[in-house]
Design a protein around this ligand. Structure first.
Ligand code: ADP
Ligand code: MG
Length: 220
């Protein structure tokens, strides 16, 4: 499903450049539940953004579902990303003036799907995460755990192949974190590939494999 070969990525800082990924090799099979750990600034988000085609890499090869992800036009990258990946972020990234249902339906709006179908599907996905009764509520009226479940429903509604979660429990207390992890496990049990960035060992312990990012390369 995912194969990275000797991936390198630098950022320019003023006139100099800083190499964050120094030759990452990684294989992730269909249906895996993997965590990525590493200290702050070690390049976890950089790696996840490359995996999710949100960012480019400098050299190496990234194969996603057999397709080489390299030098794609913005448009091609967006199409491929929307088909393949769902994102979940630490800060939820919900639209504050839209209710839970509208937030979940948003990716379908960008796919040009009509309102009625959008809303029916969004309600189905809210049901899956146990929040159908909260459909009309704004994010500000939801707890952190509820917001993250809405974000999960929004990530799932396009039926992607992979869920990429960047510290999904980073803003949650431990009981709520376990609820979100239970949902992630459930999704993974249904066959979805899930990759979670975390710096919490108890979260990583709930995944089937932990990848460690250190000095720009991977050790397991
Ligand atoms: P992590 O998620 O592991 O904390 P990041 O991937 O966010 O690490 O960042 C890795 C390093 O790259 C950090 O030193 C960070 O400051 C730097 N960095 C990240 N994004 C950029 C950017 N867009 N421009 C310049 N430097 C960046
Ligand atoms: Mg990060």
């Amino acid at each position: 499903m995912i194969e990275l070969k000797n991936i390198k990525k630098s950022y320019s800082v003023g006139k100099s450049s800083m190499e964050v990924l120094k030759g990452v090799d990684l294989k992730i099979e269909d249906g895996e539940l993997v965590s990525i750990m590493g200290s702050s600034g070690s390049g976890k988000s950089t790696l996840l953004n490359i995996l999710g085609i949100l960012d480019n890499y400098d050299s190496g090869e990234y194969l996603l579902g057999g397709t080489l992800v390299k030098n794609l036009s913005e448009k091609k990258a967006a199409l491929f990303r929307n088909k393949m990946v769902g994102f979940v972020f630490q800060s939820f990234n919900l639209v504050s003036f839209k209710n839970a249902l509208e937030n979940v339906a948003l990716p379908l709006y960008y796919q040009g799907i009509g309102r009625k179908k959008r809303n029916t599907m969004a309600m189905e996905y809210l049901e899956k995460v146990g929040l159908d009764k909260w459909a009309e509520h704004l994010p500000s009226e939801l707890s952190g755990g509820q917001k993250q479940r809405v974000a999960m429903a929004r990530a799932l509604i396009t039926q992607p192949k992979i869920i990429l979660a960047d510290e999904p429990t980073g803003a949650l207390d431990s009981a709520t974190s376990m609820e979100v992890m239970a949902l992630i496990k459930e999704v993974n049990d249904q066959g979805m590939t899930v990759i979670i960035v975390t710096h919490e060992t108890d979260i990583a312990a709930l995944t089937n494999r932990t990848i460690r990012l250190r000095d720009g390369i991977i050790g397991e």
